[in-house]
Design a protein around this ligand. Structure first.
Ligand code: PMP
Length: 370
């Protein structure tokens, strides 16, 4: 392909649209003249940052002039112990987004290999596939948003090198059955890596993860994050639990300092803070049960969630999702409209603190006249 100008770019890049960020608290406060705005849109931790982690970040600020230790050996060792896996399986990234991006780039030859996923899926899979020049084949989730693994398998051919399943899923909150996941892993051709994206796994519980079965499943990788249960979305820390040979390649090609020095210290402190993690999990489980029950009582259709958010749609005769979203915004509550997932009738609310959940429910009831 001949380029004519110094600003010509790869066709994949030329076709890219800018990332549309969610609405910010400051934006909504200004637009509606509000003094308090609550964000329940990005599945962040309702408790914020753990006090121990805050302290460590402050204490270690004086180290910020140093480069991090390449390979992050302290965090690798601690994570391996935490997960009960060999350290050779762990690779850490600048958010799990980086791990996903690297998987496309290390496992897919552009224009040759393909990847498969469900539709809708987490938006980073299609964007990073496109950026890597890789075809992403998608099959719809069932109408109730459960996983049709047979349909996913039917997309796989000899050039499929990655298969993505998100469990619990985003945006539905649905969990995949571990036995079915294991069956899927065994049914995939040996060249295809099954990636189970476990960004929200802590809210479901360890019995829903393939973690304990990895030694008998050579073609399975798990990806996890510090953005949710550890309350560190802004520091960008994610990790993969991978077949050791792949983890090794990942470390070789990853930018050497993609995990910054304060993020590494924060992650170590967060792993040590079981109390904050437990508090977060129990708050989220209590909150999602309350939100699910109350929204259903208002006549909304609610999907069963094992995550830290709830997906629902208001009864069509009551109000449109768009109108409910807008009315909540005017009252200072930001939830997620799912137009970007091609689900314009649905909304997703992240579990907040008890007070935030009550306020969201009170306003929703008011708006619906329920
Ligand atoms: N996977 C899923 C399913 C997610 O929803 C998210 C975050 N929204 C991520 C991965 C990315 O997490 P991180 O902040 O670690 O990049």
């Amino acid at each position: 392909m001949l380029f004519h100008s110094c600003c010509d770019v790869r066709p994949e890049v030329a076709a890219f649209e800018s990332y549309e960020p969610g609405l910010s608290i400051a934006e909504i406060a200004e637009r509606y003249g509000l003094s308090r705005v609550i964000k329940m849109a990005s599945n962040e931790n309702p408790l914020g940052v753990s006090p121990c982690v805050r302290q460590i970040i402050a204490d270690k600020a004086c180290e910020a002039f140093r480069y991090p230790q390449s390979g992050n050996p302290r965090l690798v060792k601690t994570l391996a112990a935490h997960c009960g896996v060999d350290a050779s399986r762990i690779c850490i990234g600048n958010g799990s987004d980086e791990i996903i991006d690297l998987l496309f780039r290390i496992r897919c030859v552009p224009g040759v290999h393909n990847a498969v996923a469900f539709r809708p899926c987490f938006g980073i899979y299609p964007t990073q596939a496109r950026m890597a020049g890789v075809e992403l084949r998608q099959t719809p989730l069932r109408p109730d948003f459960s996983f049709d693994f047979e349909a996913l398998l039917s997309l796989v051919d000899e050039n499929t090198t990655l298969a993505f399943v998100t469990s619990p899923d985003n945006p539905s909150g649905r969990i995949a059955d571990v036995e079915e996941l294991e069956k899927l892993a065994r049914a995939l051709p040996p060249a295809c890596l099954l990636i189970v994206d476990e960004a929200y796994t802590e809210f479901a519980g360890p019995e829903h993860s393939l973690l304990g079965r990895l030694d008998s499943l050579p073609n399975v990788a798990l990806i996890r994050t510090f953005s949710k249960v550890y309350g560190l979305a802004g520091l960008r820390i994610g990790y993969g639990i991978l077949p050791p040979a792949l983890a090794d390649y990942m470390w070789r090609v990853r930018l050497p300092f993609s995990l910054n020095i304060l993020a590494e210290e924060a992650a170590l402190a967060a792993l040590d803070d079981a109390e904050f993690r437990d508090q977060t999990v129990s708050l989220v489980r209590r909150g999602r049960a309350l939100l699910s029950e109350e929204l259903a009582a208002m006549g909304c259709e609610v999907l069963p969630s094992m995550s830290n958010f709830v997906m629902f749609r208001p009864a069509p005769e009551a109000i449109t999702a768009k109108a409910l979203h807008g009315e909540l915004l005017r009252r200072g509550i930001i939830i997620r409209a799912l137009g970007g997932y091609h689900l314009p009738d649905w909304l997703r609310v992240s579990v907040g603190t008890d007070e935030e959940n009550q306020l969201f429910l009170q306003y929703t009831r008011e708006i619906l006249g329920a």
